[in-house]
Design a protein around this ligand. Sequence first.
Ligand code: GCU
Length: 332
Amino acid sequence: MNRILLLMATILMLFPTSCARTGGEDNGPELILRYADNQPEYYPTTKAARYFASMVEERTNGRISIEVYGDGQLGGEVSVLEQLLIGGIDFSRFSLGTLAETMPEMAILEMPYLYNDSEHMWRVLDGEVGKDFLSVAEKYGAVGMCWFDAGARSFYTRNPVNSPKDIAGKRIRVQESELMSTLIELLGAKSIQIPYSDVYSALQLLKIDGAENNMPSYYYTGHYLVSPYFYMDEHFRLPEIMLMSSAAKGKIESVDPEFLAIIKECAMEASIYERKIWKETEEEVMKALSQTDVVITKPSEEDIEAIRTMMAPIYSSLNKEERAILEEIRSI
Ligand code: GCU
């Protein structure tokens, strides 16, 4: 018996880390995963990523750690998506504008004036339709984890825009998406696809006359400094999605098969948290912008209707299945 105890003690002395590592917490994580976001540290989605990472660490007793890289440190959205689909990056948050180029089934969620308001969008995303769209990612090598709020997108320009006619003829930056280009060109504008990180300099160097995005992005990127006219037509309400690579799923399961469900739960909680801080951020940003030279124009009902009508032909490109989903979304 004593000889067995002696042998066990010797093994423990010889292999301290490998034995201890299965114990978790005090001995460092067994698995380190990387999460990418192209927004700055204090932006709602990046804050939500950190919240998610801390919950994962806590609920896996420190056995899984997620390192968050904000500010586009791991690359622009298009390149991060490519890396995630081959397992080079484990988690990221994507705008549907870019994602639907690779996962065209998502394109219907990019239709202009699709929802009546934010509440309508969340009723859709929190229900069966939202779940079905999260599962689309599986076909492409990823797992749809949860939805994030990204408000509504409007135009902002270097020169005043007071009606839809003023958008016609302007060079407007769009996301790297053919659908986005088509939609903007329906208004008579010239679309220019530019990565998010290059929009500021494109505005400054007069390569474009304007762009379109939600208000927090407009503010945090400093775009308002070089394009002070914000035309609040809210043409798209694009939700954002957190994806996990299929490779990360396998790695998590090999640490502990129960961790996958726990991590999915953390993502759902991060989504609730992000929605709350999104609303607060929108209010703070509105206040901050009111203390600058930015001119915010709210179009009249007639002008919104005119934009809606000009963009409407895009709906005729939907196939039968997409039309059925559209009807469902409208009825929710
Ligand atoms: C939003 C979104 C970004 C995206 C950007 C864009 O700000 O949160 O992820 O890259 O739009 O217009 O490219």
